[in-house]
Design a protein around this ligand. Structure first.
Ligand code: S3P
Length: 421
């Protein structure tokens, strides 16, 4: 589908409620299926990816029902052997977290995905799960993953990459393993798994960069899922760079392992105010007020990278409007996302006239005047689709493959239209 975005001439104004966090939604569905009893999840995501996790939970025996905006999951806490292949769609989170859960079960299973997911690296979970005793056959460390029934033992694993998906796969397998499982990462990645498992009564402890888990029974729970800061990021960016904008973004998840974008933007001189900060279901939440601002370039590298990994394409768009230059380093894992996000972001912003160059593990962006009237493409990548839309608000452009935005954020275009009448 081609989408033409018009330049926003009058500034973006108004108040919106940010839709549900996808990372937390995946986990809520999966963890509720592992608990015995009835869990109630308020504000489950509408995105296709969390729905892929939920569909697999149903195949594994969860009873699932929507009542208004509540998702009710009933489970007896013991997964059933699946009668079909488990399809993860486009979702790396579904495949990697489910692999961790399924590795320790008393049955065989197969996980597959769409073309993009079938090209993404799975060795990062196969290797540590195999050290725990899992038996997993793959297509050269890519999906499909055939997972054979095995008995797991705890390990102490030091991960070579800071990845919440890898961490979660190992911790979930640790719930079914004999002995203690500990996972240490180089930099702290998002910690929703740790917070939610603790909330559900698991034996899990974190000290610094190491989390240890033991076999546990999870209690069925009630969750209220915060808004997704990774979805809010597009509105934050648009509010900052479209002149004369003033936006209120309600119900944004502000877990400190996800707020790297706010830290960077403050350093760049952004006018962002946090209002009504509160804690909901063990997660920090707040409202944001964002006003158009003059931004300065900066350097983004090291331990902040996992805290803003999904926001780098939209940060690149912002950086085209920041005085001087912005340098992004240590983000080589972006090449393993839904597209090679270093290559695709750089190539498409270049088409719009950005002064941007690709480096091995990031990019360098200099202040540029974007030029519209061109067609850009999304490479089946939802975050690139949404980032290009925000660039289009500055210069106008046509986006080929815009339908991919629906993978994570079906309400995206409608919400922007309301702020830009
Ligand atoms: C996610 C972790 C991140 C992120 C992805 C969601 C999660 O991936 O990019 O969109 O929910 O755990 P990595 O753990 O591979 O960095």
């Amino acid at each position: 589908m081609k989408k033409t975005v018009q330049q926003a001439k009058n500034g973006l104004k108004g108040e919106i409620t940010i839709p549900s966090d996808k990372s937390i939604s995946h986990r809520a569905a999966i963890f509720a299926t592992l608990a015995r009893g009835k869990s109630v999840i308020k504000n489950f995501s509408n995105g296709q990816d969390p729905k892929s996790s939920l569909e697999i939970c149903k195949v594994l025996g969860a009873e699932v029902e929507f009542q208004q905006n509540r998702l009710i999951i009933k489970s007896d806490g013991v997964l059933k052997a699946p009668k079909k292949v488990l399809y993860c769609g486009n979702s790396g989170t579904t495949m990697r977290l489910m692999a961790g859960v399924l590795a320790g079960q008393n049955f065989n299973s197969v996980l597959t995905g769409d073309e993009s997911l079938s090209n993404r690296p799975m060795g990062r979970i196969i290797e540590p799960l195999s050290l725990m005793g899992a038996e997993i056959k793959s297509n050269n460390n890519k999906a499909p993953l055939e997972i054979y029934k095995s008995e797991l033992r705890g390990i102490e694993y030091k991960s070579p990459i800071a990845s919440a998906q890898v961490k979660s796969a190992i911790l979930l397998a640790g719930l079914f393993a004999d002995g203690k499982t500990s996972f240490t990462e180089e930099f702290l990645s998002r910690n929703h798994t740790e917070l939610m498992l603790k909330y559900m009564g698991a034996k899990i402890e974190t000290y610094g960069l190491t989390t240890t888990v033991q076999k546990s029974i999870l209690n069925p729970s009630e969750f209220e899922i915060a808004g997704d800061i990774s979805s809010a990021a597009y509105f934050i960016a648009a509010g900052l760079i479209v002149p004369n904008s003033d936006l209120i973004l309600k119900n944004v998840g502000l877990n400190p392992t996800r707020t790297g974008i706010l830290e960077v933007l403050r350093q760049m001189g952004a006018d962002i105010e946090v209002l009504d900060e509160r804690v909901v279901s063990n997660e920090v939440v707040g409202d944001l007020r964002v006003k158009s601002s003059n931004l300065k370039g900066c350097e983004i590298k090291g331990e902040i990278i996992p805290k803003l990994i999904d926001e780098i394409p939209i940060i690149a768009v912002l950086a085209t409007q920041a005085e001087g230059q912005t340098v992004i380093k240590d983000a080589g894992d972006l090449r393993n996302k839904e597209s090679d996000r270093i290559k695709t972001t750089v190539s498409q912003l270049k088409k719009l006239g950005a002064d941007i160059e690709e480096t091995k593990d990031g990019m360098i962006i200099r202040q540029s005047k974007l030029q519209g009237g061109v067609e850009v493409e999304t490479f089946s990548d939802h975050r690139l689709a949404m980032s290009l839309y925000v660039a289009g608000l500055l210069c106008g452009c046509t986006i080929d493959g815009f339908e991919w935005a629906g993978i994570s954020f079906p309400e995206f275009d409608g919400m922007f239209s309301r702020l830009n009448p």
